[in-house]
Design a protein around this ligand. Sequence first.
Ligand code: FSO
Ligand code: SF4
Length: 540
Amino acid sequence: MFCNQCEESSKGLACTVAGVCGKKPRVAALQDVLLHVVKDLSIYADAARKAGTSDAEVNYFTDEALFATGTNVNFDPQRLQGLINRGIQLIDRLQAQTIQSGANLAGATATYQSNAELPDLIQLGEDLGHVTNGAADVDIRSLQQVVVYGIKGVAAYAHHARLLGQEDEQIYEYIHRALAALADKDLELNEWLDLVLECGKVNLRVMELLDTANTTAFGHPTPTSVPLGHRAGRCILISGHDLQDLFRLLEQTEGKGIYVYTHGEMLPAHGYPELKKFKHFYGHYGTAWQNQKKEFAQFPGAILVTTNCIQQPQSSYADNIFTTGPVAWPGVEHVTNDDFGPVIARALALPGYESDKDRGQVMVGFAHQAVLGVADQIIEAVKKGDIRHFLLVGGCDGSRSGRNYYTELVEKTPADTVVLTLACGKFRFFDKQLGDIGGIPRLLDVGQCNDAYSAIQIAVALAQAFQCGVNDLPLSMILSWYEQKAVSILLTLLYLGIKDIRLGPTLPAFISPGVLEVLVKTYGLKPITTPEQDLADILG
Ligand code: FSO
Ligand code: SF4
């Protein structure tokens, strides 16, 4: 196997024997087949689109299949086999249509066996290898990997947005065109660089769609206090990013004597009016994804995982955990069609909490509408010198020890600075009491990684208010990355021309020295150093 798509890739290079995430070589091989299938399907879809047709089923499948190959999403060989077979059927269907249309199918060489057995598919994956294997030039291969991983992030966001009725043909058009380009051996370095930045542009659009989708369905988040303790009674813990799953679960558990708690990236859900109206939607339990083995084992109810990041379930809670949507683990019951009956039945069979427990509160709900609602107050505080600087400390968490940097950095920020945060990296400091500046909290939780659009909107609005560019604002971005959604967000920030981003805890293994040089020269991208050094550089 060869997988280098996340921050925890083995030895900072690639996982070649087994995934640090728990991905077995056979699962890696099946994901490689699936990516080749999606790439070949993209060649036909791109040709069909140029001939005037776009196939909705192909578009949806593309997002679903790409999402399934992301880090910590789908570890289930059978479900991956199902996706591969659907992809092959769609290739057959588009092949017939595109050949009839006389479209240019240069590079479309795929021949797949329909309904192949698992061992044959695993062998095929081992033979095919990584989808960027064909590129001999190390910098081109690096840029191809940036595009493929960025597209996985785009696909994940597009999948969420579409489930809530928001989609845009230009997103599918880009994904198919960019993946089809992998078969074009003549494409040069600059053309791949263009596709990299275009990925950032398309990701901005998809994040805008997702923001519209979430706020149309569930209202704009408002500042909300979330208990970290629990109430006596039966309970369900919901993890991942899918707000629609949470809404359906809340509907189906209403009046059943079950409290619903969020875990990980589901925490910001408490800020949405249409979600927090449910009285049994009580509080938040636990921290970020990499602590789930310990935290899930101690939760006395059923657990529902809606997206990444799932880890191998431990025997102590293997009977209590369920998956839904794109996420899957072999042997774990996968709930379909928004029917959470099995999760509810399990919660009712488990003891739940015996008594109430108070563990304090955290604030969420500082998305763009809430923050921009007090923009005058913020601008005044900056003008008076009460707020010296904003730090966006956002991104993913993970298990590397270097991630303590983010906790220490936030702890060391001076009292005249405001920290904006989003995604699961915030669990390193989300319960710190940083106080406020004239009523403005010093720690503002903007939301999930899926809400990066909100942070961009806030930055753009502040820049307009101060009549300057985002790079001229007293704002610094200190990002932590782990998986492919973070890659797509980083590309969006680069596309927007945002400079001097600090990135950690390590730089991506798939960035070649040549590509890194371009990123450093053009965008001033820099690795994190120490909290003291970086704060001194940022605050002068
Ligand atoms: Fe975290 Fe996992 Fe949200 Fe990621 S839970 S690491 S970037 O999937 O999506 O922030
Ligand atoms: Fe390794 Fe990350 Fe790939 Fe998992 S997703 S196999 S940890 S590089």
